[in-house]
Design a protein around this ligand. Structure first.
Ligand SMILES: *Cc1c(COP(=O)(O)O)cnc(C)c1O
Length: 490
């Protein structure tokens, strides 16, 4: 698999890069991304041959079909990270919740959210590549909650990679904060910022533009990379669970091989949905991909009206904070795949300069042949959590947004795979409130309440967080970030 640029080539970047090239330096010409030039055929023959494959075998076969420039030993080592999931043979269980609604649980990894599905193997691959080349990498991350813990967990104690992670102090849940500040490894630095997520993110942008910072990185021979979902090294692992969930439906005798299904995805930066899109283009029998959003419903308008509009929109904080995103990075890869580099560059330039773009009627129709979309308010989400719990299934507020799309976006009675992106433990105050009306300010109270009502235990890796020593104590003003990170590099 070769990778080409979503906004075309500027004459300075190479015309195409390999997989390792795309993951080590993910930004391409004109501020664009890398996307695959061609896709392998993973249609019926591939599916039939993998009916009996376990998750790791399937993943190995998908990566082999993609023909990436990573040694088999490094791939196998990366896939062994799934051995740390609850059930290594079935890291992403598929659970029937209603007649035709099946939930693919993507949160059985170490940090209890779906970011582990891709970041766990990605961390291993990036570190292997860095070691092979004798290079050192710095990953900088600003997080409002889920990417930070998953990035720290995957890179902890790995050679040739360091991670500095900024979070807004007071702006994450207790569990999310504890997952970060209890991580104790010499290659990790976690920094709380007095301020909101935007302050953390802006501070990071300032740092990236600072000449003193650049000079110091050069002196120390440290390269910068990214662990967010603009990095294709994450996307490739997100193909796998869509295919796996489909094969699970066949194995559970819910469908015949070849029968079409809906994929119903709670979307933020569109990495999850993009994985589904590529799987569909490679031959997975998908009727449509349903894009579920919260009140930050830019994607709903994009699919339904062909308009991407960021004018006078500000982020609304919701109970599904991992989806509180307006500028969804991976949409660009869809534009590129459907409409080509020239058009993508034009549309992305309009978005940067005028903060909106409008697709033609024809383009909108193409988009709608693949996607349908709807959004779910916090109140609606709360009702889905409560009703679904009464029917015997406990879910988090991100997963709940999919139930709205399941009700409104399907025009055929086909089986639907809903992707569950977080365990109940990660957003417990919202769930406890939906179940009983209680208002908890601390996660621990909410966790205990839910555990008692659902008659389940708090998982050990969550329970332990409340007793672990705090290893990362830095909480500073954003003006002091550069000094702090430079000291970490020394
Ligand atoms: C990251 C995240 C999402 C959004 O996924 P994208 O791939 O960015 O669209 C949804 N739910 C949870 C819990 C997440 O952590």
């Amino acid at each position: 698999m070769k990778f080409i640029e979503t906004r075309g080539n500027d004459g300075e970047h190479p015309q195409s890069v390999t997989f390792s090239g795309a993951i080590l330096s993910p930004m391409s010409s004109f501020g664009g991304l890398y996307a695959p030039e061609t896709l392998p055929d993973l249609g019926e023959d591939f599916l039939r041959n993998n009916l009996a494959s376990d998750y790791k075998t399937l993943a190995r076969n998908v990566l082999t079909a993609c023909a990436i420039d990573i040694e088999q030993a490094a791939i196998d080592q990366a896939l062994n990270t799934y051995d740390h999931f609850d059930d290594p043979a079935d890291p992403a269980p598929l659970v029937q919740v209603r007649d035709d609604l099946y939930v693919s649980e993507l949160w059985h990894g170490p940090t209890r959210a779906f970011k582990d599905m891709a970041l766990q193997p990605f961390g291993s691959i990036l570190s292997s590549l860095a070691q092979q080349r004798g290079e050192n990498y710095l990953i900088l991350a600003a997080t409002s909650g889920d990417t930070g813990p998953a990035a720290l967990e995957t890179f902890k104690n790995r050679d040739n990679v360091r991670v500095a992670c900024l979070y807004p102090d007071g702006g994450t849940s207790d569990v999310q904060r504890l997952q970060m500040v209890t991580e104790d490894a010499p290659n990790l630095k976690v920094i709380g910022i007095h301020g909101a997520f935007d302050d953390a993110q802006n501070a990071l942008k300032l740092l990236l533009g600072s000449p003193a910072f650049k000079t110091r990185l050069q002196e120390k021979n440290i390269h910068l990379s990214a662990a967010n979902s603009v990095n294709f090294g994450r996307i490739i692992f997100q193909l796998v669970y869509h295919i796996y969930s489909y094969l699970e439906l066949v194995r559970q005798h819910a469908i015949e091989l070849g029968e079409k299904v809906y994929l119903d995805v709670p979307s933020g930066n569109f990495g999850n949905a993009l994985g589904g899109y590529y799987a569909m283009k490679m031959g997975l029998p998908v009727e449509k991909i349903l894009i579920a959003s919260n009140q930050n419903n830019v994607l709903t308008h994009w699919v339904n009206e062909g308009v991407y509009d960021l004018r006078d929109s500000t982020v609304t904080p919701t109970t599904s904070p991992a989806m509180d995103i307006l500028k969804s990075s991976n949409v660009e890869r869809i534009l590129f795949d459907m409409f080509g580099a020239e058009r993508t560059r034009e549309l992305m330039r309009q978005l940067d300069q005028q903060h909106h773009y409008t697709l033609t009627q024809r383009e909108t129709a193409s988009l709608q042949s693949i996607f349908s979309a709807d959004y779910c308010s916090d109140e609606e989400g709360k009702r889905y959590i409560q009703q679904t719990f009464e029917n015997g299934y406990l879910m988090d507020p991100h997963t709940a947004t999919c139930f709205k799309a399941w009700e409104t976006c399907r025009d055929q009675p086909l089986k639907t795979i809903v992707y569950s992106t977080a365990e109940w433990t990660k957003f417990s105050p919202t769930i406890a409130n939906a179940l009983t009306g209680e208002i908890d300010t601390h996660d621990l109270d909410a966790l205990k309440s839910i555990a008692a009502q659902a008659n389940i235990a708090i998982p050990p890796m969550v329970e332990e967080l409340f007793h672990k020593p705090i290893a990362q104590k830095t909480v500073i003003n954003k003006a002091d970030i550069e000094k702090e990170i430079l000291a970490f590099l020394d």
